[in-house]
Design a protein around this ligand. Structure first.
Ligand SMILES: Cc1ncc(COP(=O)(O)O)c(C=O)c1O
Length: 400
């Protein structure tokens, strides 16, 4: 059933034909979890049906598909194939780096107050294990302006740091961080840069080489439109050799499966661990999650991230002014370089947020409420023509 007419269903900006079962008329939750498209659902069916028919005999087919996925992810962020490892989400990638950097006791790691915890907890764990000093900088300086944030960061880096960890886009305010400038500063003072890109990849253009990113971790279920429990890690080629394979396991070795296929005498534990990002692929993988991610990437590739970004800005422009006119305070940055796929607003005084959110959902508007904000996050299938209906629903929800 799901396979019918898929070839005819080309993705088009503002067209949700690939999401026929989506209930809310305005699905503005791509910063939380994206619904799977018909392409994703069909790919998952194909994969599971193949395993149902062939069991282990299906493995090779889907291993090849995973290899293609690595290449596609590399192309998406301007990396090389060998710089990508498939993971089960953002956190496993960040954790592999946090445990793998060859820290020396006393080194400083720069974090930001207000980040999503996935980009704080792994670094604090590393700090506890390796006797590091975490330094928390406020995001408020970057919210005031990129220039002010960079000034404050430089002052901190002057006192020394081993690594800076930042999200490319802040989950709460939608602030897009000046990743290239942060990388340049970090490198000037001898530090490395790790980026949590889950709120950016798929909607905000990223080029790890041009921007000078050392490590980047991402999950599949938001702007990449895959499902939960999948993701990838980028490790810059020149950083890979120094990274300790702290989370390696049996599939992290060179030639890891020879002992299973080539007769007796190949069972060894001393084969080198791959000094590449794919050392994180240490165990039987979340195959279905990676199949979903591969299928989800196809429309993003076809439409192009730059075009998706512009499309989403048009939608957010249509919401932002009218929301401000209704007394909401917008957290969206004035300059385009600091904008993302997220429009977060603080409700007018006296409006109870959980109630407003509940009434909006009942009206068919799906959004989220991170830490006191109402967060709208449309993606390529959202049509700007939804915006007046969203505003009418907000008026009713405010009245109700
Ligand atoms: C900035 C950010 N990082 C990470 C995550 C999730 O991390 P993971 O993929 O490990 O679940 C989220 C949201 O869930 C997020 O907003």
């Amino acid at each position: 059933m799901l396979d019918l007419d898929l070839a005819a269903l080309r993705p088009r900006l503002g067209d949700r034909a690939l999401f026929p079962d989506l209930e809310p008329f305005a699905y503005l939750n791509h910063a939380a979890i994206s619904p799977p498209s018909r392409l994703v659902r069909a790919a998952l069916h194909r994969c599971i049906d193949d395993y149902a028919a062939r069991g282990a005999g299906a493995l090779l087919t889907w291993l090849e598909q995973r290899a293609r996925l690595r290449g596609e992810l590399a192309a998406l962020i301007g990396a090389e194939f060998a710089e990508i490892g498939l993971t089960m989400g953002t956190s496993p990638g960040l954790t592999a780096v946090a445990l793998g950097v060859p820290w020396r006791a006393g080194e400083r790691v720069v974090l930001f107050e207000g980040e999503f915890p996935a980009n704080v907890t792994p670094w604090l764990q590393a700090a506890a294990l390796f006797e590091l000093t975490p330094v928390m900088l406020p995001l408020a300086d970057f919210e005031a302006s990129h220039a002010r944030g960079l000034e404050r960061l430089e002052a901190t880096l002057r006192a020394g740091a081993r690594l800076v960890a930042v999200s490319a886009v802040q989950f709460q305010s939608g602030l897009r961080m000046p990743v290239a400038e942060i990388a340049a500063l970090a490198h000037r003072y001898g530090a490395e840069l790790a980026v949590d890109a889950i709120q950016a990849c798929g909607v905000v253009p990223i080029d790890v080489r041009a921007e000078g990113v050392d490590y980047l971790a991402c999950g599949a279920h938001k702007w990449l439109m895959g499902v939960e429990g999948a993701g990838f890690l980028y490790v810059a080629r020149e950083r890979a050799a120094a990274l300790r394979p702290a989370t390696a396991s049996w599939l992290s070795h060179e030639d890891p499966v020879r002992f299973l296929f080539e007769g007796a005498g190949h069972l060894r534990y001393d084969r080198p661990i791959r000094a590449r990002a794919d050392q994180v692929e240490g165990s039987a993988a979340n195959l279905l999650g990676h199949v979903a991610l591969a299928a989800a990437l196809a429309p993003i590739r076809e439409l192009g991230v730059a075009a998706i970004f512009e499309h989403v800005q048009g939608y957010l422009d249509a919401l932002e002014g009218p929301l401000q006119a209704r007394g909401f305070v917008s957290r969206r940055a004035p300059e385009a370089a600091a904008r993302s796929g997220i429009l977060s607003v603080v409700p007018p005084p006296g409006v109870e947020l959980p109630g407003l959110h509940r009434r909006l959902l009942a009206e068919g508007v799906a959004c989220t409420t991170p830490d006191g904000h109402l967060r709208f996050a449309p993606h390529w299938p959202n049509d700007q023509a939804e915006a007046p209906r969203v505003l009418a629903a907000i008026d009713r929800a405010l009245a109700g």
